[in-house]
Design a protein around this ligand. Structure first.
Ligand code: NDP
Ligand code: MG
Length: 387
């Protein structure tokens, strides 16, 4: 270990964000080191990454692959752990300077909390953590004096627009690509397939978030994420569909001035900034071609066709554990749609019913979130199997 370099733990190193984070680390090997790498199922890729980046430890969350990983790395001084609990323990290591939460779904919540309690700055990609338990996370970050650096491109753009500002935010302009079905009618949406949903026009991401982008639940989650990260009420967060994904989001201030961050869609930009903040580092990523941008367009989102966005706002209005309920139900329908067990438009119906049926709690504790997640998953899953 080189103490001069920032030691980074990557939770979910085998995913879309995780692999791009490793590209950033490789590009700036003089500044950053991958201290911990973790995966769930893609154990072979985890082994490959470990051989390349030589971390102190790896965790394979799915215990079935523990022996395979251990044997494959037996010749190297890399500690190998398995299971969800190990993810929480491994982020507490004294040498770790930053934890990138690039796991997908509710599973990211416990290790993020463990990292905050251990005083580790968080580079936050796992937006579900803020959706489920934003208030709790903010309280812990305050208590342990831990900063959160946003990795989600919109939130990084908002963060960058706020750099150097002391004045309050009048409004956040949260841009959305609109996904692959932006121009589809309701009738067309009825018949869309997972393969169609997986073809995102601008971003190459993991399957779960790609489906969420197609349903616009992703944007709903980002509204919730923005509320907690920037302390802005939902009525001051305006979603604007901007299919070209050049303006990554913007902030409007009291004098009417709007500051935005623009760039070629490339997640390595916000990942790198989260690692290097407050510095900006050199990069070889593509630059905007200003003469090629003839048609940056902006439009109102249609919450009738994309009901998930409206449901996310509604979950915020109700507050308490409702965003946790919507997240759990969404994880179930997202997977079901992907596996062909549920139609695209049914996802919103099932989520809405789950919101009505699950036990509401106005002031949930961490344990309540765990219970809520289980209950809401069960209620959502029942609606799929009962058909
Ligand atoms: P991927 O599906 O590509 O990767 C997810 C990673 O998490 C993989 O390493 C996976 O392991 C691991 N993982 C999944 N489930 C578990 C689990 N139960 N326990 C432990 N590890 C698990 O997702 P993305 O990289 O696309 O997204 C990661 C997070 O970042 C999400 O919260 C997403 O919303 C957010 N995000 C992603 C963006 C993107 O461009 N991809 C943009 C903005 C935010 P394995 O593959 O080995 O099974
Ligand atoms: Mg985003």
């Amino acid at each position: 270990m080189n103490k001069e370099k920032k030691q980074i733990a990557i939770l979910g190193s085998t995913g879309s964000i995780g692999t791009q984070a490793l590209q950033v680390i490789a590009e700036h090997a003089d500044l950053f080191e991958a201290r911990v790498l973790t995966a769930n199922n893609r154990w072979e890729l985890l082994v490959e990454q470990a051989r390349l980046f030589n971390p102190a430890a790896v965790v394979i969350a799915n215990k079935a692959y523990y022996e395979a990983v251990r044997e494959s790395l037996a010749d190297l001084p890399i500690a190998v752990y398995a299971g969800a609990e190990a993810l929480c323990q491994v982020v507490e290591g004294t040498e770790i300077d930053m934890v990138l939460t690039a796991m997908v779904g509710f599973a990211g919540l416990p290790p993020t909390i463990a990292a905050i309690r251990a005083g580790k700055p968080i580079a936050l990609a796992n937006k579900e953590t803020m959706v489920v338990a934003g208030e709790l996370i903010n309280g812990l970050c305050h208590q342990y004096q831990v900063p959160i650096l946003p990795v989600d491109s919109e939130h990084s753009a908002i963060f960058q627009s706020l750099m150097g500002e002391q004045s309050p935010i009048e409004k956040i302009i949260l841009t959305a690509s609109g996904g692959p079905f932006r121009t589809f009618t309701r009738e067309q949406l009825y018949n869309v397939t997972p393969a169609m949903a997986l073809k995102h026009p601008n971003w190459d991401m993991g399957a779960k978030i790609t489906i969420d982008s197609a349903s616009m639940m992703n944007k709903g989650f980002e509204v919730i994420e923005a509320k907690w990260l920037f302390g802005v009420e939902p009525k001051r967060i305006q979603v604007v569909v901007h299919p070209q994904s050049v303006v990554h989001s913007a902030v409007q201030f009291a004098d009417g001035a709007v500051k935005a961050q623009l760039g070629v869609p490339d997640m390595r930009v916000p990942i790198q900034l989260a690692f290097s903040f407050p510095q900006r580092l050199q990069s070889t990523f593509d630059r905007l071609d200003w003469y090629a941008m003839h048609d940056l367009t902006f439009e109102r989102p249609d919450t009738e066709r994309f009901r998930c966005l409206a449901l996310a706002y509604e979950s915020l209005r109700q507050g308490g554990n409702m965003p946790c309920i919507i997240n759990a139900a969404n994880e179930i329908v997202n997977r079901a749609f992907l596996e062909g067990r549920c139609r695209f438009l049914e996802m919103a119906d099932i989520i809405e019913k789950t919101m009505q049926r699950a036990t509401f709690m106005a002031k949930p504790t961490y344990e309540n979130y765990l219970e809520t997640d289980k209950e809401a998953r069960r209620i959502a899953a029942e609606q799929i199997t009962s058909k």
